[in-house]
Design a protein around this ligand. Structure first.
Ligand code: PLP
Length: 311
């Protein structure tokens, strides 16, 4: 090769180090196969139309946190796209635990994807689709390492130009990609969406604020994904006797909130301390974020049977 030239393969190693270095097994089309041998059909409707749904969940100490809730949401998303759940969906938790074992991974981020399957390109749905089921796992830092501090995030506001069925966790994430990239270009960690000034959610997280002493989060309507973490945090807040309201709030309330939080499977609870370059509240994580963060980690530990301080 000419010195100084790079191939796409070299570049890919650079920009996607985890995937490039990953020699693990994945589950595809009913089989456990090495990552390097797993190939999607070029006419899979997931490739051609983003015609499919997905879930991201976490394994802590070999246990899948809130797995049943993720499975229930996967079913709802499939129903939203009118994809009949294939038999593998019934067995998805068992398949995932086996995959984690084969990969020797107790700490992992797990990805489930179900597409409508392979068919000659036509917008209309195929008469007898055979959905494609894919399961991936990525190594992830254990809880005890990642928990040390409540994560602080900076965010920018972005207009929400996604489709009107955001309650479906569909593969079609292009607006999320553009908004996340806009955040990265502004040296921020996340973009928070709004529709005509009404806050919806982040590109990969739900949003909570503390305003006037009340904890507020957007109602789980069609405009947002009903986060599994969001639901858990709502339960935790209720159990802790916090005053919680599910209502729409606008970007002014967001910017003038005492606290802003993001919740999500890969985020848990994170404090947004800076919005569009301006400090939120004191510019430090607030007491409610700290309380919810700690309580969520306790909940994870309890459900996954982890000892306090476990690593
Ligand atoms: N909203 C969006 C758009 C997301 O993509 C995600 C997760 O990826 C969430 C919210 C948080 O959902 P969960 O808590 O189920 O991970």
């Amino acid at each position: 090769m000419v010195p100084g030239w790079w191939t796409w393969a070299d570049h890919r190693e650079e920009v996607v180090p985890v995937m490039g270095a990953d020699r693990s097994m994945v589950y595809l089309d009913g089989r456990f196969v090495p990552r390097s041998e797993a190939k999607l059909d070029v006419e899979d409707r997931g490739v051609l139309f983003a015609d499919g749904v997905y879930e991201v969940l976490r394994a802590y100490g070999g246990h899948l946190y809130r797995a049943e809730a993720h499975l229930a949401r996967l079913r709802q998303s499939l129903e939203g796209l009118r994809i009949a759940p294939p038999a593998d969906v019934e067995r998805l938790i068992g398949i995932t635990l086996e995959l984690l074992e084969r990969n020797g991974r107790a700490e992992a981020t797990v990805y489930w994807q179900v597409t409508r399957g392979v068919a000659t390109r036509d917008r209309r749905m195929p008469a007898q689709p055979v959905p494609t089921v894919l399961v991936l796992t990525w190594p992830t830092a254990p809880l005890a390492v990642s928990e040390a501090e409540l994560t602080c995030r900076s965010a920018i506001l972005q207009p929400d130009r996604r489709w009107g069925r955001c309650w479906i966790k569909s593969l079609m994430l292009l607006d999320n990609v553009l908004a996340a990239q806009a955040a990265a270009a502004a040296a921020a960690d996340e973009a928070i969406y709004h529709r005509d000034g009404t806050v919806t959610e982040g590109t990969a997280a739900n949003v909570f604020i503390v305003h006037g002493g009340r904890l507020i989060t957007t109602p789980a309507d069609e405009a947002i994904l009903a986060g599994i973490t969001r639901a858990r945090v709502i339960d935790i807040a209720a159990a802790a006797g916090l005053d919680l309201e599910q209502r729409h709030f606008n970007t002014t309330e967001l910017a003038t909130a005492e606290e802003v939080m993001l919740t999500g499977t890969t985020t848990n609870v994170a404090a947004v301390t800076n919005l569009d370059g301006v400090a939120i509240g004191s510019g430090e994580p607030g007491p409610v974020a700290r309380q919810l963060h700690t309580a969520l980690l306790d909940d994870i530990r309890q459900e996954c049977g982890l000892e306090p301080g476990w690593s």
